[in-house]
Design a protein around this ligand. Structure first.
Ligand code: ADP
Ligand code: MG
Length: 574
């Protein structure tokens, strides 16, 4: 029996914690409560870092970012019912981003099931839609193997979220120590190579291209393929374009980066190699008018089901990006092939880049007051350390910020991602700061938030201060979602009716002092309105490594992006 007297006993909570440790889990994020508090305590006792957050959604975002940054899943620990429901947003975001994550959810006691127990909910079923694997161990003895399977499933194949359900009565149940068998840490994902014939074909399609283009996605960043992709770009002199989170796999200032001519590059390329990026909305589905109707796609992905989505590729290379890129390199090295640097294609791209860069510079140098987005990002870019993490969310804040703020290292940009999720910023920043702290304590995390985006998880500022994380929060404040009103217009409008009847839905309170949220918890806060104030506060924040900071940057409430060349650009988020 489970409770034989005289034998050494162990609680379910300890078994869960030990099983997670055996799988090399290093970080657990969550909010404690009945029935999971003991699990968090046991995990911490065994050396897993526990970060208590203020909302399960943010906890889940943080855990998933750890997965993306380290290649091993972070754990999100939540209570039953509503706690688990709040985490679903994080699970969906992780799955859609293809990031590993393990969620551990407490659930109601088994002997009260279907009786209307406290926070009772069909959690295993609820998680199925948001995960690759969702299960409840049948006994305490089954916990180690279910946790091993969850961790392994989260990183094998296409990464994603996994769920393990823990009934409340498991947590305190005592069992005989000898009845538990912990499993060894699962092996790293096996590396798969593409079919050599397909590699051969891909190489010849690339070699015959007139206007080739590589697109580097966050799958390449996750796959740690930076070394082979850099070699490919350098040896073959191919132009490349990073996706938002593909930025930094090769530094943004590499001469072959054609980000400043993105639309032109996509529109005119005749051969496009996709390295860990999907032809979804971010890449305009790979379809005209954003692409040539007969463009040849070469798709490299670890997920067979992804190959052929939206377009029929010329060649598909199923396998690990790093390994497949090395296969391609072998071909090119044998052929001693290089794309001619003086081609018409390179000239077209360089000219377009020059004129676009000039336009951005002009917008940045505008001496208007209040500041516009370009001025703000220009000054931020000037001050940012090259090795910092950049976390960003918001509409224009994220989109314009991405074009100005440079990444020089892989996996150093985190944003709203494939799902376009708002509210991820603070959780991601917390995850990045923890990972940085363990690697290089001088590394800073810069979190660039729109004022609306900041609101989704604003209370995580307390978490940031509690753990004293080296995060600089920049709130680019235009008094609203997309756009807001200045204080005079807002007050004038209120004379015509109550806010719920007359305030435009995108409006937020004008001139909100978000920096005081940071000051409330002992961090440093700045309210800035001019480029000089922005520069000064940013320099001070970067020098002061001892305190988290928030700089509230007021900009023109009606500031918009530069006008786009094509009407369809203004309708998409890019
Ligand atoms: P982005 O948002 O940057 O365009 P996506 O998230 O759309 O990137 O695409 C990432 C792709 O990378 C996914 O289709 C995923 O299956 C793939 N992927 C993830 N890890 C690997 C890997 N190690 N090797 C190959 N492909 C991978
Ligand atoms: Mg805003």
């Amino acid at each position: 029996a489970d409770t034989d007297a005289g034998e050494e006993q162990v609680s379910g909570a300890t078994v869960i914690a030990q099983a997670l440790r055996s799988q090399d889990v290093k970080y657990m994020f969550g909010i404690v409560g009945i029935p999971v508090t003991e699990i968090a305590m046991a995990a911490q006792e065994l050396g897993i870092k526990y970060i208590g957050m203020r909302n399960e959604q943010a906890a889940c975002y943080a855990a998933s970012a750890v997965g993306y940054l380290t290649g091993r899943p972070g754990v999100c620990l939540v209570v039953s019912g509503p706690g688990l429901i709040h985490a679903l947003g994080g699970m969906a975001n992780a799955s859609i981003n293809c990031w590993p994550l393990v969620v551990i959810g407490g659930s109601s006691e088994r002997n009260q099931e279907t009786m209307g127990a406290f926070q009772e909910f069909p959690q295993v079923e609820a998680c199925r839609l948001y995960s690759k694997f969702s299960a409840r161990p049948s006994s305490i003895q089954a916990i180690p193997s279910v946790i091993e399977k969850a961790v392994r499933s989260s990183i094998y194949g296409r990464p994603g979220a996994c769920y393990v359900d823990i009934p409340a009565d498991f947590v305190s149940l005592q069992v005989n120590v000898d009845s538990i068998k912990y499993l060894k840490c699962c092996l790293p994902p096996p590396v798969s190579l593409a079919d050599p014939l397909a590699v051969h074909m891909a190489a010849s399609v690339i070699r015959d291209a007139k206007r080739p283009l590589l697109i580097i996605g966050k799958g390449a960043a996750y796959a740690r393929a930076e070394e082979s992709i850099r070699t490919l770009v350098n040896c073959c002199q191919l132009p490349f374009l990073p996706t938002p989170m593909g930025k930094g796999v090769i530094p943004d200032n590499h001469p072959n980066c054609v980000a400043a001519a993105r639309s032109r590059a996509l529109q005119s390329a005749d051969v496009i190699v996709l390295l860990g990026t999907r032809l979804n909305w971010i890449l305009h589905f790979g379809l005209p008018p954003r692409y040539q109707p007969d463009v040849k796609f070469i798709q490299v992905d670890i997920c067979a089901e992804e190959l052929g989505n939206n377009v029929r590729p010329a060649v598909t290379l199923l396998g690990d990006i790093h390994a497949v890129t090395k296969q391609l390199l072998e071909h090119f090295n044998n052929m001693q092939w290089q794309y001619p640097p003086e081609s018409v294609w390179w000239q077209t791209l360089r000219e377009k880049m020059k004129s676009n860069e000039a336009m951005s510079k002009e917008l940045a140098s505008q001496k208007t007051w209040p500041m516009n987005y370009y001025t703000v990002f220009f000054h931020i870019q000037e001050k940012l350390p090259k090795d910092c993490f950049i976390v960003s969310e918001g509409a224009n804040t994220m989109d314009i910020g991405r074009t100005v703020l440079q990444n020089y290292l892989p996996r150093h940009r985190l944003d709203a991602g494939t799902f376009g999720t708002m509210g991820v910023g603070l959780g991601f920043a917390i995850a990045a700061a923890l990972v940085a702290k363990d690697r290089d304590p001088r590394q800073r995390v810069i979190c660039v938030e729109g004022d609306s985006a900041f609101g989704f998880s604003g209370m995580e500022v307390e978490t940031i201060c509690r753990y004293n994380l080296p995060i600089i929060l920049l709130v680019v404040n235009n008094n609203g979602i997309y756009q807001g009103l200045d204080a005079d217009s807002w007050n004038g409008m209120l004379k015509t009716g109550d806010a719920a009847s007359v305030a435009p839905p995108p409006c937020l309170l004008p001139n909100s002092h978000y920096e005081q949220v940071m000051m409330a918890f002992g961090g440093k806060g700045y309210f800035v309105q001019t480029p000089e104030e922005l520069q000064k506060s940013l320099s001070q924040s970067l020098e002061d490594s001892t305190k988290p900071c928030l700089i509230n940057i007021m900009i023109e409430p009606q500031a918009m992006r530069k006008s786009q060349d094509f009407f369809w650009l203004t309708r998409s988020n890019l």
